[in-house]
Design a binder for this molecule. Structure first.
Ligand code: SF4
Length: 289
């Protein structure tokens, strides 16, 4: 992958952001890779040399790595830190690197935005990832009684914590315990993910297993029926005609406001979108071309 410097960052900053200090484990699939959509993983592997990323877009991942590195050097001497574990499934070597394990508790460090706390999809992903780690631990003869994430909110503000809603974190750092599944549930989940990725290996780019709406962080377009002078919608619809009919029934003070949906991951967070047939087709229809 080529790292560009579109914002003309000073050399030292550019070199810092573009240095890749991550060493992949000796595995076919890592826990984090398994949780990504198979189409995205295949396209990234096949087109790696053609991909580009701008250094400025790496700021938060580099920041996250720096936090991990610092914490690694402040761990209790009896804890297991950044340990890599493996298990074989369907002939593939599956690996995972755990941030911290001590007293039968797995702790993973996360550096993220405050928005994540109210995002059910992201919380589910954390739960799945930690349960894969718990399975790796248990398969390697180590007990797990609790899994948790230690979350650093990079955009936390004290003012918003006082006035924000129930989903806004009250502190800039939170430890969140996640549901620990039974071992057979963990194994079934892991096998399903491995099978989906193996399936993806067999198809050419145009016929890769499509990403699901959940994978793409899809939000449908919504039609808000608004009363003149009100900031909140009287009622939300996913069907435009139903919204229009409702607004007409309510009277002249009501109108329909379109809240455009989208696929946030495709648009903003997927570095293979230029090679993705599913994205191109969706874009063609959305743009009416
Ligand atoms: S662009 Fe969208 S549909 Fe294509 S691989 Fe990325 S997330 Fe999936």
């Amino acid at each position: 992958m080529k790292i560009t410097n579109k914002h003309n960052l000073p050399d030292a900053v550019f070199n810092f952001l573009s240095a890749d200090n991550y060493t992949p484990g000796d595995n076919d699939y890592s826990a984090t890779t398994l949780l990504r959509p198979p189409q995205m993983v295949q396209l990234e592997q096949r087109h790696w040399e053609e991909l580009e990323e701008d250094a400025i877009d790496k700021v938060w991942s580099v920041f996250g790595s720096a936090v991990h590195n610092l914490l690694e050097h402040h761990a209790d001497g009896t804890a297991s830190v950044e340990e890599r574990l493996y298990v074989d499934i369907f002939g593939k070597r599956i690996g995972g690197q755990l941030d911290y394990y001590s007293d039968s508790i797995i702790t993973d460090y996360k550096v993220t935005s405050t928005y994540t706390l109210g995002n059910a999809g992201r919380m589910k992903e954390w739960e799945e990832q930690q349960n894969i780690y718990a399975y790796l631990m248990r398969e390697n003869g180590k007990p797990v009684e609790k899994i948790q994430v230690c979350v650093f909110f990079r955009d936390w503000s004290k003012g918003k914590s006082l006035s924000g809603g129930k989903d806004y974190p009250k502190t800039p750092l939170m430890v969140i315990e996640l549901p620990l599944w039974g071992m057979s549930e963990q194994e079934d989940f892991l096998k399903d993910r491995v099978a989906e990725h193996l399936w993806g290996e067999d198809f050419c780019d145009a016929f890769l297993p499509p990403c699901t709406p959940e994978d793409m962080w899809e939000e449908p377009t919504k039609y808000a029926v608004m009363k003149k002078g009100n900031k909140r919608a009287t009622k939300l619809f996913t069907d435009k005609d139903e919204a229009k009919e409702f607004a007409t029934e309510k009277g002249k003070a009501f109108s329909v406001l379109v809240r455009q949906g989208g696929r946030a991951r495709c648009e903003q967070y997927c570095n293979v979108k230029n090679f993705c047939h599913q994205y191109r087709e969706w874009k063609r229809v959305a743009d009416g071309s």
